[in-house]
Each structure stands twice: as C-alpha cells, then as structure tokens.
Design a protein around this ligand. Structure first.
Ligand code: PAF
Length: 276
C-alpha cells in the first residue's frame, strides 16, 4: 500500500498501475461504514484508492474541524489489511494552496435539510469532491447512504459537470441498537450514546406507518417527532419526508420517500435516514 502525500505522487502511481480504479473519499477516523465501502471497492475494481482528508471548507466557523478525530496510523493499518493500493493523505496546503479561489456550488438540492442547517457545507463538499475526482480520475467512487443529501449533491454535480465517474452508494452500517455508524458517535457521552438509538427508532416508526399504508407526509413527520420527543436528551433540528431526488418535502407520497432527521445530543449532531 502506497501512502501519497502529494497530488503528483497520486498521478504518478495512477500512471504506473493500470486497470479499473475505485476511490473511497473519507475524512478518516474509519469505522465499519467506511470499511464496508472499501471492501466493495476492492471487490469491484483492480485498484483501490482511499483519500483521508479532513476538509476544512465543509466545516462551519466554530464547528468541530479542530477536534475532528485524526487517528491516521490506525486508519492506515485497517486499510492495509483490506488490500488497498493507494492512500492519499494530503496536508491542507496541498488541496488549498495559497491563492486558491475556485469553489463548486450545486444549487437547488443543497438548499433544504443539511444545507439549511449548515450553510456553506455542501459548497465545501462539492469543491473537495470535484478536486478528488480530478486528481484520481477513478472509474468508480464510493459514498455511504447515511449522508443521503451528500449523495444526491454528488450525483447532481457529476451529471451537471460531465465528470466521467460512476457513483456507487453503500448501505448505512448500524450498531446493534440501530445507531448509524459515524465518526462523530465518538463525541457522545455514555448517556447520550444510549439515548442516540432514538433516531433509528423514529425512522422505524415512520417506516412502519408507511408500510401500513400511511401516505400523508405530515403524518410521517409527526410520527418521527413523537418518537424523538420521548427522549429528553434529543434536541430535534429537523424531521423530513421528502422526494428522494428533489429533496422537497412531500404532502402526499406517491412513489418513494426519503425519511431523514437531524438531532443534537449536547454539542453532537447526528443524522440518519431511510430511503423507502
Ligand atoms: O462524507 C465525507 O466523509 C466527506 O463529506 C467527504 C465526501 C469525504 C468529502 O470531504
């Protein structure tokens, strides 16, 4: 496994190693959700690359950028065991050199949900992901369904800018009590961690109502809210029953629906979703 710190090292390695390439972009602090994407990339491509870069432009000022976990040695050990060919772990100045001034903005679908709660977040994601696509020129790129809006934004970006990469989406990996795996779960106290499974219970309650035939968007949002209210530590930011493509809230569900929610426990913000 080759560890590249610079873009020119990635390009040279790419030129020397032919075949299909799969890229798994990450911010490190790898958990089973990331590793399942890496295993899938390993199975579907001749060469597998993983990027590890805590991208400053997708964090709000005063957000958790500084305290975001960076266990690089441990991450590298895990990736070596999975047979990854190339890891790119650049310094900030390699991605954002002095005088950097070009950003990628996806419009409509970045406005609701996460976009409304985290202004500028998707501009940072779209910019770094476009750069990674240009740097790696991989055949496929792997993202987790847990960040459903991020997936929608990246698919839109690839379509709009004609980027020749196939976006592969891996299912959300969950703890035994249903909590979606996330690097941010490490911030939770024991009490908050126990309480956090309420996100999954809220999604299950709305899914069950949907499976019983409920098609009223307001009702599904109310079911999620009622479940979350049973947990006093949960501060709800939003619950949503939206069109999976446009991400607009639905009054009446006709085809599919993306149920999603964002909840704070103390200073830790968790998101989760079900695509029905
Ligand atoms: O999902 C993430 O970890 C990040 O948003 C990504 C896609 C690696 C871009 O920094």
């Amino acid at each position: 496994m080759f560890l590249a710190k610079t873009i020119s090292e990635v390009r040279a390695f790419h030129q020397q190693h032919g075949g299909t390439w799969g890229l798994v972009p990450t911010m490190g602090a790898l958990h089973e959700g990331h590793l399942s994407l890496v295993r899938r990339a390993r199975a579907e491509n001749e060469q597998v690359a993983v990027s590890i870069f805590v991208n400053p432009t997708q964090f709000a000022a005063g957000g958790d950028f500084d305290k975001y976990p960076r266990p690089l040695e441990r991450d590298l050990e895990l990736l070596k065991l999975l047979g990854v060919n190339l890891v790119f772990a650049p310094a900030n100045a390699e991605i954002y050199p002095p005088n950097f001034q070009t950003y990628v903005t996806v419009e409509g679908i970045t406005l609701p949900l996460e976009g409304a709660m985290r202004p500028g977040h998707f501009r940072g994601v779209a910019t770094v992901v476009t750069k990674l696509f240009n740097i790696f020129q991989s055949d496929r790129a792997y993202f987790g369904q847990k960040d459903a809006q991020q997936v929608a934004v990246i698919k839109q970006l690839v379509q709009d800018l004609n980027i020749p990469v196939e976006i592969v989406v891996g299912e959300t990996v969950r703890e035994a009590d249903g909590l979606a795996m996330s690097s941010r779960n490490a911030y939770l106290s024991v009490e908050e961690r126990n309480a956090a499974s309420v996100l999954y219970r809220a999604l299950c309650a709305a899914r069950d109502a949907f499976l019983r035939g409920e098609r009223d968007g307001d009702r599904l949002r109310a079911v999620m809210r009622e479940t979350l209210q049973q947990e006093p530590r949960a501060n709800v930011e939003y619950v949503s029953a939206a069109d999976p493509i446009t991400l607009q809230e639905l009054e009446e569900i006709q085809d599919g629906v993306l149920l999603s929610l964002a909840v704070r426990f103390g200073t830790t913000r968790l998101i989760d979703n079900f695509l029905l």
